[in-house]
Write a protein that binds this ligand. Sequence first.
Ligand code: GLU
Length: 270
Amino acid sequence: MRHLKNKKSWLLAIILVLVISMLSACGSDKTGGESKDTLSAIKKRGKLVVGVKYDTNLFGYKDPSSGKVEGFDIDIAKALAKKIFGDEKKLELKEVTSKTRVQMLKNGDIDAIIATMTITEDRKKEVNFSDVYFKAGQSLLVKKGSKIQGIDDVKKGTKVLAVKGSTSVQNIKDKSPDAQVLEFENYAEAFTALKAGKGDALTTDNSILYGMADQDSNYQLVGQPFTDEPYGIALNKGDDKFTKYVNKFLKELKDSGEYDKIKSKWIKEQ
Ligand code: GLU
């Protein structure tokens, strides 16, 4: 009888140790709020989920007639899915805007942001960034014939349109503190507002503005870019392992010549 009781308590103790170690393993899998091995989680899920723009011609744009999402950032996302799975189709795209992208990453809705996102010190407090994969600079888009021909013409009384959550808003406020800045939810709305005469100029990266001028030849870029906007792929804060993996991917993409092919497919100017 005593023998049996001893056996029972041993068994209980073993189970207890097992349960505790399992629980603590779950806990330690989370470093800085992130899964320790993002890559395994993505592989297990069977697809990579990337946040991209849907309204930014040339970078991430959903064609209203075909429903297809295409652009430079999309091709980078496809190449990353190909690196992970050997199949670029194992990719789910989710729409982000400049305002929503960081929160969507933090919420775990997406594995990465590939969406015309500038690497900044401020943003580094919230996300990890890959190495630079594209270099843009902020510029101005105006209706042809406009009096505005560059940043020096943006002054008191000038209405400038920009998008919430973008670096462009702060930059234009710094460069032209007296101008009136109107902020929109996304680039489609901002461009529609410019076409409706609600502002004198639209400001964001030249790369994005080229995409707008490409859609409507009544509009043109003016002046020289007045900031540096290096784009990075944003990943979860503290997820250094996956960040290293993505940097390796970018290096391979460049070394193989694939990056140049993608770039020349979408970027004509610069
Ligand atoms: N590259 C700038 C930024 O990250 C402007 C483009 C955008 O809004 O995504 O804010």
